[in-house]
Design a protein around this ligand. Structure first.
Ligand code: ADP
Ligand code: MG
Length: 715
């Protein structure tokens, strides 16, 4: 192709090499054997093809608006075809009375169906169109420069016929391709551009997705296994007076079965001599903090200090208070370190950590500053609300000669597929059971017009001695946005309930002011709290029984779920009222509908990911693993992801040499002892690879992850 066209391909599609072109896959396909009637056309149809003939052509408009309009009929109804350029050429090309197939996107213009710049081909009854046609996504500019879906197709067609294409190497080890019955790469590329049938298209897609997820998992697992081999962890051999004393004398309730199971999992990790790296998942209120605390007690029993890092100051303060209450009867010293800790106090804390006087430190990011040193840090708990990345987690480890055991808690459950990727380097424990006696929160959806009813509910609950939260999307009224604000809310609510004290918390307050307001609510002095979402994380006031969320349409699912988790912490009935304006869009209604239907955080997080897509989920960007999946989709490809992770794990089982940082090849014995026997999924536990298979893996890993984070520097 000429230079100008090549430049357009580079500028518009980023294509530089044959490989780029081969991997520019259609984003959808149309069935070429399906013809539409004009009468069938409707609003949002993608590309369709219609069989028929032109009745007439005429030129309309002047100058830049000049266009050629063809009247086209399928024999029953009529429609228009329109061309804005190459008018003279096209006029001479097509003739009335000849049977054609037109192909393009129909749109309704002044009540007449029309198709702009359709592809037109003569209909040949001997050889009618068949199979599937890929649709490539074209930019406006590329269209103007003469690229059509068909021209991309024909470039690809030439490429696939080129002898060079036959030399394209397989990017998965042959053994993996056969073990998992995957379509070979060349065949997959060809089928993605020109599918033979729906089944082969499906197989081709599966292969590409598998490959992408497989290498990602191999990369992650290789990192975490290498880490666990190399990094020594404290050995917590005994359970002693702190753990037992707490369990037998302080803990006021029995642990749930899930809490016990998770503690056993943690205990097992801590005895291995390797560093624990575990993700603790559980719904709001499932008792993760308690598990974290008991983990710290195992540390204390073995002469180690513990740290708990929380994402916000409010949350850190609450954790601190809870933990101090539990730990002080045991004779353990607990301190709080945040950004607003005074210099003098800070110095005392730094000292206490360094000489070992402090047993447990709770804090915010202030904990990972370089000035913070420990005598012997054994347990690092990170309560993370998806806000810390791999790199920040790692900064905690470097605080001790022997790496501390790391327990990461998520504030709300995250979908399984996201856990396997964003947190794929961690082992996962799940608390899937709430403490007994919790009544599910009754969730109501109400419109602005039902405000009277909402106020009556509030009044009733407050009259029985309970407390209430009212959450707003804004701090101050903004004339441009029709949204409710905290400041206005404070005034309004104080007017409606003059007999109760109201406190206010939002993100623009000074920490000590905020803390004072929180304290008034926690102590029960203030009965109503108006707030923004700063209260979302962690706040625990069991006497609160109503959560009203104003402009609920403005909040995402996981946020709504978090907010709702602030009530229902006592044993009485609680309410969450979602208030919206009457008219809301389809997605919003769906989101709010899910909230009223379920209180299961795992179900909600899956729904959230389905609606927003994995890329928009909190944590995906901040994860440090800055990957972007191109063909696989974490929302829909969970099955493939599981298989890919399993395959990666089996390969690492069979080939520990892959964990070596720099591939070291021992001369002369490269192939000795490696089996090239065919493997099948059913009967082979390990996936043995030939030397060339190992080479493929190494090459691809280097190629794919060259630009992502440098794991070796972190650990
Ligand atoms: P999470 O951090 O998972 O949201 P928390 O640890 O804050 O949950 O626990 C929520 C509340 O439940 C706390 O008041 C806690 O003391 C209480 N709790 C935890 N475990 C149990 C249990 N096994 N039985 C009864 N109450 C529990
Ligand atoms: Mg919590």
């Amino acid at each position: 192709m000429g230079e100008r066209r090549a430049k357009t391909l580079t500028d518009e599609f980023g294509l530089r090499t044959f490989r780029d072109l081969a991997f520019m896959f259609p984003y959808k396909y149309v069935d070429r054997s399906r013809f539409y009637d004009i009468a069938e056309l409707s609003g949002d149809m993608p590309m369709v093809q219609i069989r028929g003939s032109f009745i007439s052509f005429s030129e309309e408009g002047e100058g830049a608006r000049k266009r050629l309009v063809g009247i086209f009929t399928d024999g029953r109804k009529m429609m228009q075809t329109v061309w804005f350029s190459k008018i003279t050429a096209i006029r001479g090309l097509y003739h009335p009375g000849v049977e054609y197939v037109i192909f393009g996107k129909p749109s309704l213009f002044r009540n007449v169906w029309s198709m702009a710049h359709p592809e037109v081909s003569k209909f040949n009854p001997e050889n009618p169109p068949s199979g599937f046609r890929g649709i490539y996504s074209l930019s406006e500019t590329s269209r103007k420069k003469g690229f059509t879906a068909r021209s991309i197709s024909s470039l690809v067609e030439n490429l696939l016929k080129h002898p060079g294409f036959q030399t394209v190497p397989e990017t998965l080890p042959q053994e993996v391709v056969s073990a998992y019955r995957l379509m070979p790469l060349k065949e997959a590329i060809a089928n993605l551009h020109f599918p033979e049938n729906p089944e082969s298209l499906q197989k081709a897609r599966e292969r590409m997705k598998f490959e992408e997820l497989f290498y990602l998992q191999l990369h992650i697992l290789r990192f975490s296994r290498e880490r666990s081999q190399r990094i020594r962890g404290e050995v917590f051999a005994r359970i002693g007076k702190y753990f037992n004393g707490f369990y037998n004398e302080v803990l006021p309730f029995p642990l749930t079965g899930a809490q016990k199971r998770v503690l056993r999992e943690i205990r097992a990790d801590m005895r291995t001599g390797r560093q624990m790296n575990r993700l603790l998942q559980g719904d709001v209120g499932s008792g993760k903090t308690l598990v974290a605390f008991m983990t710290m007690l195992m540390g204390a029993d073995n002469g180690c200090q513990s740290a708990l890092m929380a994402p916000t100051e409010i949350l850190a303060t609450q954790h601190y208070e809870t933990i101090r209450e539990w730990a002080e009867p045991l004779g353990l010293r607990v301190e709080l370190l945040t950004g607003s800790t005074r210099v003098r106090q800070r110095r005392i804390i730094h000292e206490g950590l360094e000489n070992g006087d402090i047993d447990i430190i709770v804090g915010t990011h202030a904990l990972i500053e370089d000035t913070v040193k420990f005598r012997r840090l054994g347990v690092a708990v990170i309560d993370e609300q998806h806000r810390f990345g791999v790199a920040q987690r790692a900064r905690m480890w470097q605080k001790s000669a022997i790496a501390p055991h790391v327990l990461v808690m998520t504030a709300t459950p995250i979908p399984r597929t996201l856990a396997m990727t964003v947190y794929g380097d961690l082992d996962v424990s799940v608390i899937d059971e709430l403490p007994p006696g919790r009544k599910p929160v009754t969730t109501l959806l109400r419109f602005d017009e039902n405000r009277g009813e909402v106020n009556r509910l509030l009044g009733r609950e407050l009259a029985t001695g309970r407390q209430a939260y009212i959450v707003y999307p804004l701090i101050t009224e903004n004339p441009k946005l029709e949204l409710k604000s905290v400041e206005n809310g404070l005034e309004r609510i104080s007017g409606i309930f003059p007999q109760y004290k109201v406190c206010m918390v939002h993100g623009r307050m000074k920490p000590d002011v905020k803390e004072e307001q929180m304290r008034r609510f926690i102590s029960g002095e203030a009965r109503i709290m108006v707030a923004t979402t700063v209260i979302e994380v962690g706040v625990n006031v069991p006497n609160a029984s109503v959560m009203v969320i104003e402009n609920a349409e403005r909040f995402g699912l996981s946020q709504l779920h978090q907010l709702r988790g602030r009530v229902g912490r006592g044993s009485d009935k609680s309410y969450c009222v979602l208030v919206t304006k009457e008219k809301t869009g389809g997605d919003t209604r769906k989101r709010l509908g899910i909230m009223t239907e379920t209180s299961d955080g795992f179900v909600i997080s899956e729904a959230d990911m389905r609606m927003r897509g994995p890329g928009d989920m909190e944590g995906t960007q901040q994860s440090g693993l800055a990957f972007s999946l191109q063909v696989a989709n974490l929302t829909t490809d969970g099955q493939i992801l599981s298989v890919a992770r399993e395959a990666a794990g089996r390969i690492l089982d069979a080939h520990p040499e892959l964990l070596e940082r720099e591939p070291r090849r021992q001369e002369g014995q490269a192939s000795e002892g490696t089996s090239i026997a065919p493997v099948t999924v059913q009967n082979q536990k390990n996936l043995a690879l030939s030397p060339s298979g190992i080479d493929t893996l190494r090459t691809e890993l280097r190629y794919r992850f060259a630009k992502t984070i440098d794991w070796s520097r972190i650990s």
